[in-house]
Design a protein around this ligand. Structure first.
Ligand code: PEP
Length: 257
C-alpha cells in the first residue's frame, strides 16, 4: 500500500466539441454509476480541449460528478500580449486541478524543448495546478540509448528548481507506444517508471518520490490496464484513444488488479 490513489486520466486531444463533451461526460458518469464504480478508489480525470472546459466544469458542478478536470497545455506566461495563449490563472478559475505539460505531440509539433516544459510546469504550480509532466523516448531514442535515458533526462530538466513540496504527476509515455496499438510491456514500463521515481527522489527528496504518482501512457486499453497497475511503480494511466470511447474508458477505470 503506497497511499497513492490510482489515477486514470483521459487525454481527449483535439476531439469532442463542447456539445459532444456534454453527452460524453454524462454517459461516462452513468456508465460508472451503473457499474457501481466506487468513488474514491480510483481518481478519474478528463482533459478536454480548452473550448470545452467551461461547459464541462458547469456540468460537473451541476450534476455533482467527481471527475477531476484538466487542460492539455498552458502558457509559460501568466498574462499579457501573448496572442492565442491560455494562462494557468484562467484554468484555475475554471476549477481545473491538472494540466498536461510536455506531451510528445507538443514537443514534436510545437517544438517544445525540455526548458519550455519546465517553464510550463512552474507556471502550473504558480496557479495551484498539478502539472502532469509527460516524458518518453522515440523509437530512434530507444534504439540508440535504450528506454530510460531520454525520459530520465527530460524529467531532470522539468524538475530543476522545483520545491520539495511541489504537487506533480509524472507520465511515462514512450512515443512509439502512443496511438500505435503497441503498448510497452508492463515490465518495460515498470523499469522506466522506477527510474523516474529515482529522479523525483534525487530532485525533490524521498518524501516526494513516495507520494508522487507516476503514470504509464501509450496504447492503454481495458485488456492491458490491469497488467500495468500490478506494477509497484505504476500508479495509473494517461489514456488517449481509448478515453474517447465511453465503454472502453469506463472499463479501464474499473480495472481489477
Ligand atoms: C496519449 O496521447 O497520451 C496516449 C497515451 O495516447 P494513446 O492512449 O492513444 O496511445
Amino acid at each position: 500500500v503506497t497511499g497513492r490513489t490510482p489515477f486514470i486520466a483521459g487525454n481527449w486531444k483535439m476531439n469532442l466539441d463542447h456539445q459532444q463533451a456534454i453527452a460524453f461526460v454524462q454517459k461516462l458518469h452513468w456508465s460508472l454509476k451503473e457499474a457501481k464504480h466506487v468513488e474514491g478508489s480510483v481518481e478519474v480525470g478528463i482533459f478536454p480541449p480548452f473550448t470545452d472546459l467551461r461547459t464541462v466544469q458547469t456540468l460537473l458542478d451541476a450534476d455533482k460528478i467527481s471527475f477531476a478536470l484538466g487542460a492539455q497545455d498552458l502558457s509559460t506566461k501568466d498574462s499579457g500580449a501573448y496572442t492565442g495563449e491560455v494562462s494557468g490563472a484562467f484554468l484555475a478559475k475554471l476549477n481545473c486541478g491538472y494540466v498536461i505539460v510536455g506531451h510528445s505531440e507538443r514537443r514534436e509539433y510545437h517544438d517544445e524543448t525540455d526548458e519550455v516544459v519546465a517553464a510550463k510546469a512552474q507556471a502550473a504550480l504558480r496557479h495551484g495546478l498539478v502539472p502532469v509532466i509527460c516524458v518518453g523516448e522515440t523509437s530512434e531514442d530507444l534504439e540508440k540509448f535504450g528506454a530510460s535515458a531520454v525520459p530520465v533526462g527530460q524529467l531532470e530538466v522539468a524538475l530543476e528548481g522545483l520545491p520539495s513540496e511541489a504537487d506533480i504527476v509524472v507520465a511515462y509515455e514512450p512515443v512509439w507506444a502512443i496511438g500505435s496499438g503497441q503498448a510497452a510491456t508492463p515490465e518495460q514500463a515498470q523499469e522506466v517508471c522506477a527510474k523516474l521515481r529515482d529522479v523525483i527522489a534525487a530532485k525533490l527528496g524521498p518524501d516526494a518520490a513516495q507520494r508522487t504518482r507516476v503514470l504509464y501512457g501509450g496504447s492503454v486499453k481495458s485488456t492491458n490496464i490491469a497488467s500495468f497497475m500490478r506494477e509497484p511503480d505504476i500508479d495509473g494511466a494517461l489514456v488517449g484513444g481509448a478515453s474517447l470511447v465511453v465503454g472502453e474508458f469506463a472499463a479501464i477505470v474499473r480495472y481489477q488488479k
